[in-house]
Design a binder for this molecule. Structure first.
Ligand code: FPP
Length: 239
């Protein structure tokens, strides 16, 4: 029987920062600050746990509807994360990529993101993909538009638009699909996250809010993934 072993690509919906803080009588933004600390720890834990790609859902296209103050604190946390972490991530051989609609982000943040990507582009130990201003339907829409444009320009034939072409045209093009999706805080939703890419992924929903998602808990979730059998539509005997 083929066991799933270690997931090469883990995608995480980091949910529950606001509730975690409010349960402690603190403002929601305090939860986001703690959330950044967890991001640092989980990223550092990945290489030793055998994870080679980590995708983090940091800010959705729907999150723009939150109060202006919370949005601006989150933008500031992203800026600070990049400025403070870039040297260490580079020295840890981590390649950072951002996916999402960048045009909506503040100009200086777009610039910092581009610089971080450029600086770490040649790194290979871990790929850290951060989804900011990201929505999966938005991503699929722009991929379809770009392929349709190529067809209209005569660069490709309509029949060339197969699954591989669509995967390649997504923001995440070139990366393997996630093997495991984790969502914290007990919510069981996908929230417009990597809809195309998670077709065959396994799912784990944990009760803990993101600020309580420790590297130990992460290791436990990965160990339990290792006991599952992934069949990709086949039956056990065929694997
Ligand atoms: C969900 O909790 C979390 C977010 C919308 C923001 C996630 C951001 C971070 C963890 C910090 C920054 C990340 C990086 C990569 C530097 P919520 O606010 O929806 O919580 P709630 O469901 O309790 O309201």
């Amino acid at each position: 029987m083929t066991r799933a072993k270690t997931p090469a690509h883990v995608a995480i919906i980091m949910d529950g920062n606001g509730r975690w803080a409010q349960n402690r009588g603190r403002p929601r933004t305090f939860g986001h600050q703690r959330g950044v600390e967890r991001v640092r720890e989980i990223v550092r834990a990945c290489p030793d746990l055998g994870v080679s790609t980590l995708t983090l859902f940091a800010f959705s296209s729907e999150n723009w509807k939150r109060p202006g103050y919370e949005v601006s604190v989150l933008m500031q946390l992203f800026r600070r994360y990049i400025v403070r972490e870039v040297d260490e991530l580079d020295s840890m051989d981590v390649r950072v990529r951002f996916i999402g609609n960048r045009a909506r982000l503040p100009r200086d943040l777009q610039r910092l993101m581009g610089q971080m990507e450029e600086r770490t582009a040649q790194n290979a130990r871990l790929t850290l993909q951060i989804a900011v201003s990201y929505g999966s339907r938005d991503e699929i829409t722009q991929a379809v538009q770009s392929l349709a444009q190529q067809a209209a320009d005569g660069q490709i034939a309509a029949q060339d638009i197969d699954e591989e072409a669509i995967s390649g045209a997504l923001f995440s093009g070139g990366l393997p699909d996630p093997d495991l999706v984790i969502r914290t805080s007990g919510e069981m939703r996908i929230s417009n996250f990597l809809l195309w890419q998670i077709a065959y992924a396994e799912f784990t929903f944990v009760e803990e809010c993101w600020p309580d998602f420790s590297p130990e808990l992460f290791a436990q979730v990965l160990a339990s993934y290792g006991t599952r059998e992934r069949r990709f539509g086949k039956i056990s005997a065929q694997l």
